[in-house]
Write a protein that binds this ligand. Sequence first.
Ligand SMILES: [Zn+2]
Length: 485
Amino acid sequence: MSKYDLVIKGGSVVFPYEGVRKADVGIRGEKISTISESLPSEGAGKVVDAAGKFVFPGAVDSHVHIGIYRPFKEDATSESESAASGGVTTLLSYFRPGKNYLNKTGPYRELLPELLDLSDNSYVVDYGYHATMNTEAHVGETEWLVREGGISTFKYYMFYKLLNLAGSSPDGMNYLMIDSPVDLGFLYKYMKEVSRVNELFKDYGRISLSIHCEEPEIIRAINEEVKLSPSGNPLKDYSDARPPWQEELAINEASIIAKYTKCPVNLLHLSSQKAVEAGKDVSSRYPELSFLLEGTLHHLGLSNEMDLGILAKVNPPIRSREDVEYLWKSVLEGTIQTVVSDHASATREIKKGDLWTSLPGFGGTSLMFPVLITEGYHKRGLPLHTIAELSSSNPARYHNLFPKKGAIAVGSDADFAIVDIDEERKVTLRDLHTAQDFSPEEGMKFKGWTKYTILRGKVIFEDDKVIADPGYGKFIKRPVNLHYE
Ligand SMILES: [Zn+2]
């Protein structure tokens, strides 16, 4: 009798921070039990033949928006299936009180149980939540969320502050369902509390604040200019209306407050050269702080010279080809440490309207490996082990999932994406396994498709089919080193 429930045989294993070597992996229950040059497969519960393929750690997509535009439970199922089909085994979703999502506000002590209840029996991959605090009462729940709730990462959207300034959109307050502004004064208090709680739990993880850095007062002014003389290319107009320098400004504002409050910060979805340069600059100006610089699949894979139309509207916008090249340079030199999808499943119906009124965002979690392998490995020489770091180990470390997730090591969860790095396909909606009825990447050719996805020792995707049931995915309380089971 083999002592393994599952053996992955004959593959090239991609070890983060090390490199690639041929190895077999033996799995017992939900964990990696043995990694060895050759393991006997006789009597194993199941054998996955990985010959000719690359065995990556299951991807941790640390930036998605489950339930933003579609009914929550339905979205959790369809979009976690999309994740599974792309080798993503853990999703970290940005939850926000207010419109969309649960369409309500209230204390997290009430919202979280409801959120977890809806999540239960919905996901096919493991998941966790980042929490957005919209009120001082929410901020007061930070320590409780870490200690009891299993949520150790938080979010602030800089562009929501304008909604609450005198003279701006009267709908703003309604959108977040709040009655006092989430301005920089609010951000200061928020950072002070995240910093205090980080100090409290620093032996267990990095309690951090993720920030969407865009400056709405500048956007409002420049929007008016662009609307007066549009270029005819909607994505270029949208990029011009939210120019890279307002990201640079926002990053500097947030980072200076972080400096004085000692708050660990994640600079999300850096879209442009100016944004990355600002992120590098604040990292070197304040070396005592911990910054994470995040990139997205769409900012790396798309440019606004492509004829994509307004369905590819997203915040921050798709930028120029030069910006895209600079982002890749930053990935190659290690400045951008994580790559995420910012997946927000939409439909054509939801996104109708003109450039200025249609809703931003779209999905792409299942393209994690195709984009990184085609545009990174094949076109620019990005090493495969770096792809494992960007897609799995680094997000797991920064978001307090390591070493349960993000490692190919004995004792870690047996989560894998087994990828054929040379198989080329033209993107079809069928391949994405999503409820979204369009994709900006539809028709584009990519190499690097997932053949098997394994989550906690169970094959959840093979033969182009998701074979796990909703509910197999578990809520992962973070930091995992505090909530160790
Ligand atoms: Zn996002």
